[in-house]
Design a protein around this ligand. Structure first.
Ligand SMILES: [Cu+2]
Length: 164
């Protein structure tokens, strides 16, 4: 465990905007409401733009669509999602991928992401994953492998084969 992650061994409660990384850290909840409140109109406008101008699933959904491709998209549902993770956590659980699901607000946040996706999908029923090559290696996918609408099922097959 590196020094950057030592707090996870000592925190025994969910923290948002923790006042420190120490064992007696507490949440500064009162700082998060204004951050989200000040960004509310921006989030609304960004979603409006995504719903209005993005008819391609890959462009709408993910910011990684721009890496290593000829495609450029200025915004994505994933990007909005990321900003809300950072703001809600403000250094606490929601900020970090490995720990965010320990904060109950994670599930409300992801419910809203799913809702936004469902709304977009209702308007764009014929657009889904555009086959794109993986821009880097991962545990299950080598760089260059084509990712498409069947990739997730392939990952499930790998997990089943690994007895997870
Ligand atoms: Cu998330």
């Amino acid at each position: 465990m590196t020094d950057n992650y030592v707090q996870w061994a000592s925190w025994n409660t969910t923290l948002r905007a923790p006042n420190s990384g120490g064992i007696n850290a507490y949440s500064l909840d009162e700082t998060i409401g204004p951050i989200l409140d000040n960004s509310r109109i921006s989030f609304r406008d960004r979603l409006y733009n995504l719903f209005t101008f993005y008819g391609n699933y890959s462009e709408f959904s993910t910011e990684s669509y721009t890496f290593g491709t000829a495609f450029k998209n200025a915004d994505s549902l994933e990007s909005i999602h990321d900003v809300i993770h950072g703001a809600t956590g403000s250094g606490g659980h929601m900020t970090y991928l490995d720990y965010s699901a320990y904060d109950p607000i994670f599930w409300l946040h992801h419910m809203m992401v799913d809702r936004a996706f469902a709304l977009w999908q209702a308007v764009n029923p014929n657009s889904y994953v555009v086959p794109t090559s993986a821009f880097q290696d991962s545990y299950t996918i080598p760089h260059g492998q084509i990712l498409d609408g069947d990739t997730r099922r392939s990952l499930v097959a790998v997990l089943i084969a690994c007895d997870y």
